[in-house]
Design a protein around this ligand. Sequence first.
Ligand SMILES: [Mg+2]
Length: 234
Amino acid sequence: MPFWYKAMNYNTILFDADGTLLDFDSGERAALLGTMRQFGLSPSDGSYALYHSINLEKWKLLECGKLTTGEVQISRFADFLACIGRSELSPERFNAEFKQRLSGSAILIDGAEEIVRTLSATHRLAVITNGLEKTQLGRFRISGITDCFEGIFTSEAVGFAKPAPEYFAAVFHELGLSGTDGVLVVGDSLSSDIAGGAGYGIDTCWYNPAKNVNHTQIRPTHEIAELSELKNIV
Ligand SMILES: [Mg+2]
């Protein structure tokens, strides 16, 4: 074997979107504050934190199958508007305006474009995201890296959400993958990406830029603090 030869550990990489490739928080904050102003509400310092905690709770309920994607969208704003004493406003209309603004936002995480462009030359790449079809596809289109992926699989279109094995089974089917060998899941969420991948028998890489301590029983195969470190793993 020549000295420069390095076998690839993986041939297919499934990337989470938000918090892994896309900086969701910045876009989400701008979309929320813009929507509030549109509805004649004055955002306060706590507005985004309030929305953020309600939204997180709703997506956790989706992860464990207690809410549908549609219910998440409406109930998060019904709760938010109730909390700020404006429950007379329509959560449906608020959600529509918010989504419109959010789908126009696509701020990439540091190093995301470079690593995805580099790896797309040698690996099959796809996106696995618990999110809304129109919003996520719109954001990826703007991000300019859509061409690097064989598919962008949203939980809304698949009908199941990470970490459900049915979600991964659908993605494997779409990509024509017969086994989990050579496949790697990369994501920032232990509960959806890492637990989901591990539960389906896939190697996982936890993207942990804040270097949080893992207090869970969920054990990723790899852990990185910067996306560029992926080069050493794949
Ligand atoms: Mg994420």
